[in-house]
Design a protein around this ligand. Structure first.
Ligand SMILES: Cc1ncc(C[n+]2csc(CCOP(=O)(O)OP(=O)(O)O)c2C)c(N)n1
Ligand SMILES: [Mg+2]
Length: 540
């Protein structure tokens, strides 16, 4: 017979969450969810609170991305949940195992007009893998476990469970949560060997590896497959850093010649979306390796598309026993393109201009970032430059918003990263426009002693919108911000510290002070508003 546990709804929920390795919640207070706080407070389960619910969901997402286990946001009924919807949607696009637990107006008088009475489930169903309302107090552990199992089963993604007020506050006996079991999907071995033969027989193969390689703990298998088949590797999302930058098969700058000239492009653990030219690569055949059949691209013809556990698939590729071509010449050619790109970047990153160009900010940042630093991008052009100039040395250290492209992740991701790694550098690269969405949560970070460094690329505009609008119409509207605004003073007023930098030579010393500060510290770099990120292709 199953072991029984007893408690109110909050205690029952936390018992199930703990079984899945969850140790903290991110939240913004509301009476509907008090029992979850009570259970956490009395048992040492972490409680981190924020100033806007979207930051709570983004913080939970950062935990999920970095630790590859569920991240939890607890949101109060009604507006608490609706404020979290962009965060849930980002997690859905990013395949992040986030659980949002919502408060909910009482079930026993549903329809009578209780405060914040709305059915959240239809609102969040399209952006979650699981969305339900707890049926009763005793059912809570099983429902939490079902939500988390759905979130962790590839293709991963967020889950939602709301609990009516009286259901959460009541006490009952319930079956103790069972040990989590996440199914492992075996790939079709035929498809895997066809993929292996195609790659091994190609003259000019390329691998592009994305977030699911990290999420599926398949980084070592990726490396083994690339080395065994001798294929150059490019990465995006959480896959960045999967091969260390010095690895002979690691490439970043030679992407254009690689994709234009390749005869086989192998895309692993990332969709064939706008970031990859929708999967149309000149003359190349496409092999799309995905962690679940639902992720196979339908808008483009692929040569073969093995689906299943990425570690199993990549390990099988590494063990390919058939013939293989020598790719030495191809790799050498790409290496010279890579070196040329690197030399161009080095020049830009050292440029002594007035006003400062964003590239120089990254040149200086690279000198102070440790190998295990977590870097977070939240903004437009300034973050496109971060993607280009920062090279994560390890996988699972680079957090971008992903294909949903939602501004406002910055402070939430920073909170999740700091909670995950109390001793590492955590650095947010933020546009001045992006700052408006979440900077108030610098207060949450300061108050809860969660120091992070925030570098604002302050061009005084919504750059990624202003430049294109001017190019299209010859004028722009709704694209200006206050030039030279003192975002550092904002963070100082909120309990942190900061400074404004106007000359290239001041950036390095300011960053040194920022990382030593021990409080949230904003380096407000005034950058050139005339500078626009060159977007000549959709491979940004
Ligand atoms: C929530 C949200 N609102 C609007 C946009 C559209 N958008 C994309 S980039 C951008 C400009 C960002 O400006 P800033 O953060 O200052 O960075 P910059 O491009 O100036 O470097 C905007 C408004 C978005 N992606 N997300
Ligand atoms: Mg800007």
């Amino acid at each position: 017979m199953a072991e029984m546990i007893e408690g109110h709804g909050g205690e029952l929920a936390l018992a199930a969450l703990r079984a899945f390795g969850v140790t903290e919640m991110f939240t913004l207070s509301g009476g509907h969810v008090f029992p979850l706080y009570d259970a956490a407070h009395r048992t040492g389960f972490g409680i981190y609170d924020v100033r806007h619910e979207q930051s709570a969901v983004f913080a939970a997402e950062a935990v999920a991305k970095l630790q590859r286990r569920p991240g939890l946001a607890v949101l109060t009924a009604g507006p608490g949940v609706t404020n979290g919807v962009s965060g849930l949607t980002s997690a859905f696009f990013n395949a992040s195992p986030v659980l949002v637990m919502g408060g909910r107006a009482p079930a026993f008088r549903w329809g009578a007009g209780s405060l914040q009475e709305i059915d959240h489930v239809p609102l969040v169903r399209p952006v979650t893998k699981y969305a339900a309302t707890a049926a009763g107090t005793a059912a809570i552990p099983a429902e939490v476990a079902a939500a988390l199992t759905a979130a962790l089963t590839p293709h991963r993604g967020p889950a939602f469970l709301d609990v009516p007020l009286e259901v959460l506050f009541s006490s009952e006996d319930a079956a103790a949560p069972a040990t989590p079991e996440i199914p492992v999907l075996e790939p079709d071995p035929d498809e895997v060997s066809r993929a292996a033969a195609l790659i091994a027989g190609a003259e000019r193969p390329v691998i592009i590896a994305g977030s699911d390689v990290w999420a599926g703990d398949a980084v070592d298998a990726l490396r083994a497959a690339a080395e065994a088949l001798r294929v150059p590797v490019f990465t995006n999302g959480m896959g960045r850093g999967a091969l260390p930058p010095g690895h002979p098969l690691a490439f970043a700058k030679a992407r254009r010649p690689a994709l234009n000239e390749a005869d086989v492009v192998v895309v692993i653990g990332t969709p064939l979306d706008f970031r990859l030219g929708f999967g149309e690569f000149a003359a190349a055949q496409v092999v799309h390796i995905v962690d679940a059949p639902s992720q196979r691209a339908e808008h483009v013809a692929t040569a073969v598309s093995p689906a299943g556990d990425l570690r199993l698939i990549l390990t099988a590729l590494a063990g390919h026993a058939g013939d293989r071509r020598d790719h030495g010449e191809w790799i050498e050619g790409l290496r010279s393109a890579e070196d040329a790109g690197r030399a161009r970047d080095a020049e830009a990153m050292a440029a002594e201009t007035d006003p400062i160009k964003p590239a120089r900010v990254y040149g200086e940042l690279r000198k102070v970032l440790a190998d295990d630093a977590v870097t977070i991008g939240d903004g437009g052009d300034f973050v496109s430059y971060a993607g280009r100039y920062l090279e994560p040395a390890r996988p699972g250290t680079w957090l971008d918003p992903g294909p949903y492209g939602c501004l406002g992740t910055g402070m939430g991701y920073a909170m999740g990263a700091r909670v995950t790694y109390p001793d590492r550098q955590v650095c947010v690269l933020m546009g001045d426009g992006a700052a408006g969405f979440s900077l108030m949560d610098a207060e949450s970070l300061a108050r809860q002693r969660l120091p992070v460094v925030i570098v604002v690329g302050n061009n005084g505009i919504w750059g990624l919108e202003k430049h294109p609008m001017r190019a299209m119409y010859g004028y722009d509207v709704a694209a200006d911000l206050q030039p030279g605004l003192r975002y550092d003073d904002v963070v100082t007023a909120l309990g942190g510290a900061g400074e404004t930098v106007e000359k290239p030579g001041e950036i390095g010393p300011a960053l040194e002070r920022a990382f030593a500060a021990g409080v949230p510290y904003l380096v407000n770099v005034l950058t050139d508003p005339a500078d626009a990120y060159p977007r000549s292709s959709n491979l940004a």
